[in-house]
Write a protein that binds this ligand. Structure first.
Ligand code: BG6
Ligand code: MG
Length: 217
C-alpha cells in the first residue's frame, strides 16, 4: 500500500455542517446589518472562525469593532452554531462514509482527523464517532489555521508517521494548500476535486478505497 494513514478533514468530508454555519453567520450578519449569502459562506470552507468573521465583516459599515468585540461576535455565532449541531446524530453519517471508513481500517490504514474546527469533539460525538479515530488534530491544538499545514503535520506526528505516508482528504482550497505545504498527497472531494494541487481528484468518498493504493480515478 502506498499510504499507512488517511487524515480526514471533517466539515464537508465526513459530514456536512455548511448549512448550520450559514444559518449562524447569517443571523450574526443580519444583526449587524451587513449582507451575507451562500457564495460568501462558500468562501468560509476550511477557514478558521476568526478569519471567517473577517470575511463576514468585509462589507460591514457600522462603527469600528475592537478585537474584544470581534471575539464576542464570533462567540455569539458559535453559540448559535452549537445549538444547530445538537440536532446532528449518527444518522448524519452516510452509509458510504461509514462503510468506507470501516473498509479502510480493515485494510490496515490508520485513520485520523485534521480539521480547523474547535467544535470537532462535539461533532464527532454527535455522529457517534467519538473515540473512533486513531488521532484527532483540530482547531483546539493548533496555533495556525489552514492553509498552514500545522493541523495535518500534528495529526501525522500523533500517528508517528511521515507526511509521505499519510493521505489527506479535503473539500476546501485552503485544505489542499495546507496538505501541499506540508508535503502530503491529497484526495479532493467536491470543489477540491477541481484544484490543480489536488493529487487525486475524487468523485465520491468510496473512491478512497482505490486512491489509498495510489490509483488515480
Ligand atoms: C472548518 C469549516 O472545518 O472549521 C469552516 O470548514 C469553519 O467553515 C472552521 O469556519 C472553524 O470552525 P469552528 O467550528 O471552530 O468555528
Ligand atoms: Mg472542509
Amino acid at each position: 500500500m502506498k499510504y499507512e494513514a488517511v487524515i480526514f478533514d471533517l466539515d464537508g468530508v465526513i459530514c456536512f455542517t455548511d448549512h448550520y454555519h450559514y444559518l449562524a453567520w447569517k443571523a450574526l450578519a443580519d444583526s449587524l446589518n451587513t449582507p451575507f449569502d451562500e457564495s460568501k459562506n462558500d468562501r468560509l470552507r476550511g477557514v478558521s472562525r476568526m478569519d471567517s468573521l473577517e470575511i463576514v465583516l468585509e462589507e460591514y459599515q457600522g462603527p469600528a469593532l475592537s478585537q474584544e468585540e470581534k471575539v464576542a461576535l464570533a462567540t455569539k455565532k458559535n453559540d448559535l452554531y452549537r445549538t444547530y449541531l445538537q440536532s446532528m446524530s449518527p444518522a448524519d453519517l452516510s452509509d458510504e462514509v461509514r462503510s468506507t471508513l470501516n473498509a479502510l481500517r480493515a485494510k490496515g490504514l490508520k485513520l485520523a482527523i485534521g480539521s480547523s474546527s474547535k467544535n470537532t469533539p462535539l461533532i464527532l460525538e454527535r455522529l457517534g464517532l467519538g473515540g473512533f479515530f486513531d488521532a484527532v488534530s483540530d482547531g483546539n491544538n493548533i496555533t495556525r489555521s489552514k492553509p498552514d499545514p500545522q493541523v495535518f503535520t500534528m495529526a501525522a506526528e500523533m500517528l508517528n508517521l511521515a507526511p509521505e505516508k499519510c493521505l489527506v482528504v479535503e473539500d476546501a482550497e485552503a485544505g489542499i494548500q495546507a496538505a501541499c505545504a506540508g508535503k502530503f498527497d491529497s484526495a479532493g472531494l467536491g470543489p477540491a476535486s477541481q484544484y490543480e494541487k489536488t493529487t487525486y481528484p475524487m468523485k465520491t468518498f468510496a473512491d478512497l478505497l482505490s486512491v489509498t493504493d495510489g490509483t488515480k480515478i
